[in-house]
Design a protein around this ligand. Sequence first.
Ligand code: 23J
Ligand code: MN
Length: 264
Amino acid sequence: MTDFTPHDIAAAIAAGSLRLVDLTFTLSPEFPVIVLPPEFGQASPLRIQQISRYDADGPGWYWNNITLSEHTGTHFDAPIHWHTGRALPNNAVDTLPVEHMIAPACVIDCSREAAADPDFLLTRAAVEAWERVHGQVAEGSWVLLRTDWSKRSAKDYANLRADGAHTPGPDPQVMQWLVEERGILGFGTETIGTDAGQAAHFNPPHPAHHFLHGAGRYGLQCLRNLDQLPATGATLITAPLKILNGSGSPLRVLALVSGEGSNG
Ligand code: 23J
Ligand code: MN
């Protein structure tokens, strides 16, 4: 690795020995946002207002104004998003260390369990079983929960019922353990939140948000194409928008994975 240069990355991608997998949903007005109980403020879905399109408002150019929540679509959660991370240094998307924006990923495949039970919860025992096969979750890694939730229709994706959302996520014990005993950089999901749909009722409530952000770690949600990643060996590129004091940001999430040696 001593003779490795930045140009080697582009060359390896061009040659197909490194492949890029796009883990991002298209940002569209139809993409569902999280729905909180009605007494709370709500996130805005994407709104696109055209400024001009080669017309009287701009004869030679097309562009739009957009409105959206910091937590719309495939997005990043910064520590300042949660009360547990409110007083940490460099806790917002404009101040977090850029070195954290490129990091390895562990992918835990729970797609079968999530298909059988929309309220499926990842446990410490399940991660320990994964570690017996793939090795210990390395410090500074993303842990990505593959559920194939991103393949569902819009209605089944949010999976709202009278008592709230029913979507999979981590239980409180595994989240505390991943943060404190494995030193993960963050936790990513295919669902609308890093937490399970029913996590408001957990102890503590929203344990992924609680433990991750309280330790200065990050969240990713509304990821897709996790089925194209190896269990270990992928590296994520996650650069959120530099929003002043931003609690999170939509972003393009790219995974670098070993390719087959051809760029097909
Ligand atoms: C606000 C309040 C509760 C939750 C969330 C946001 C999210 O899931 C989010 O997008 O960060 S659970
Ligand atoms: Mn969020």
